[in-house]
Design a protein around this ligand. Structure first.
Ligand code: HSE
Length: 434
């Protein structure tokens, strides 16, 4: 670019983060120097906005076809048409900043290839863990052999679990998270673990330099968690001098014994001495271990307008500086080919929680089924405080802690337990983090 030329920016999407970005660009004009916002594309240009901006349009061509716009910021979310807009922007020689974990996690290889071919930048720091610059950190580990990455990557779920540990019900906690602007439009993306899964696919691809398919990552959210689990965690082992456990939604990628990558998202009991147990509210955290660097922990706000805007602004300012210098960031080659482990074969310690008919022989029946599947029981606790009634019959929640077993075996046993007339509802399996 010619010296003294101003860098025009086009923004696609004017939601929570888009509003934060516009606010920043208008209020902090002195910080952004020769950068200026030229157009904002929205689905409904007539809708009243929290922040007013005169360059609002409903026509995306006003950004994609404008040769003066050098950087496109995509904050509309969802796979399409966002993917097409990002691809076309790159094709037209524009650098792109995106917060879109769906687009990046599924199309990383093609997007990187196109950005490289066109000699432009593609930055996606805001797609994972809000304000934590984890993408730059992972890119910085060029010579490190990463052994594991475990993250709390969904702020909404972490916020809900924090409130539930204080005694609030799931629905009330979710409503609070929605009011605070952390949750996705469809909250099942958060509470079902899918948001964390897409973010894990990005983190794992960078940590292991291998493209990941998010759809192939085992994914369980927090919708099965009840206050019984949180109560159990708080108390477990405490009478024996242990500090207890917190329940967290963990997204993990770790090299197993045979160097296959164990990839999963599920809620787990985290020992209070583990650093991730202390991560509360909408905070995100990433705990990683490298062969030479050892354990590391990154902590920060993972959701909400200001945290995500912070990551978008950092990318935007860096890409503008790159344009001025005529350089681009290096993108990972994704040339690795780490095999993915079969989740049904992974052995974890955990417990089975099931609602047993309150009558003689129910525990014996449940443990008989478990014994047949090879469960070695460590503890069994009935929680009378949480007893319930269905059709006039009293049921007692029972928590049975078992030694590590392959998940496939556990799944088969859960199905058989559910079929028993002594059990009400689907038994729930909660793992311990190891
Ligand atoms: N809904 C996400 C979360 C924030 O709760 O973490 C955007 O990624």
């Amino acid at each position: 670019m010619r010296s003294g030329e101003r860098i025009a920016v086009g923004l696609i999407g004017f939601g929570t983060v888009g509003t934060g970005l516009v606010e920043f660009l208008l209020e902090r004009a002195e910080t952004v120097g020769d950068l200026y916002l030229k157009k904002v594309v929205v689905a409904h240009p007539e809708k009243p906005r929290e922040v007013s901006f005169k360059g609002i349009t409903g026509n995306v061509r006003e950004i994609l076809d404008d040769p003066e716009i050098q950087i496109v910021v995509e904050l509309m979310g969802g796979e399409q048409p966002a993917l097409s807009y990002v691809l076309e922007s790159l094709e037209n020689g524009k650098s792109v900043v995106t917060a879109n974990k769906v687009v990046i996690s599924r199309h990383m290889r093609d997007l990187f290839a196109r950005a490289r071919r066109k000699g432009v930048d593609l930055a996606f720091e805001a797609s994972v863990a809000g304000s934590i610059p984890i993408i730059r950190i992972l890119k910085g580990f060029a010579n490190e052999r990463i052994l594991r990455v475990t993250g709390i990557l969904n702020g909404t779920s972490n916020y809900i679990l924090s409130r539930m540990e204080e005694g609030l019900g799931f629905e009330a906690a979710l409503k609070l998270a929605q009011e605070k602007g952390f949750a996705e439009a469809d909250h099942i993306l958060d509470t079902g673990g899918f948001d964390a899964r897409d973010k894990l696919a990005i983190v794992a691809a960078l940590a292991f330099n291998t493209p990941m398919d998010p759809e192939r990552i085992y994914c369980e959210g927090i919708t099965g968690i009840t206050s019984i689990d949180l109560d159990f965690g708080v108390r477990y082992g405490v009478g024996e001098g242990e500090p207890g456990y917190a329940v967290k939604l963990l997204a993990t990628a770790r090299l197993g014994d045979d160097d296959a990558l164990e990839l999963h998202v599920y809620p787990a009991l985290v020992h209070r001495h583990h650093p991730l147990a202390a991560v509360y509210e909408e905070m995100n955290a990433i705990y990683l271990e490298g062969e030479r660097c050892g354990p590391q922990l990154y902590l920060g706000r993972g959701a909400g307008r200001s945290a995500t805007t912070s990551a978008v602004v950092s990318d935007l300012l860096r890409l503008a500086a790159n344009r001025r210098r005529g350089i681009v960031d290096e993108l990972p080659s994704l040339a690795g080919a780490v095999p993915i482990a079969d989740v049904r074969k992974l052995k974890r310690r955990g417990y089975v929680r099931l609602n047993l008919k309150h009558m003689p022989g129910s525990i014996a029946e449940a443990t008989r089924i478990m014994g047949r599947h090879g469960f070695n029981i460590e503890d069994s606790v009935q929680r009378r405080r949480f007893q319930m009634q269905f059709n006039g019959q009293v049921y007692m929640p029972d928590i049975v802690t078992v030694e590590p077993l392959p998940y496939g075996v556990v799944e088969d046993a859960l199905e058989e337990l559910q079929a028993s007339e002594r059990v009400h509802g689907m038994p729930f399996y909660l793992r311990f983090e190891e």
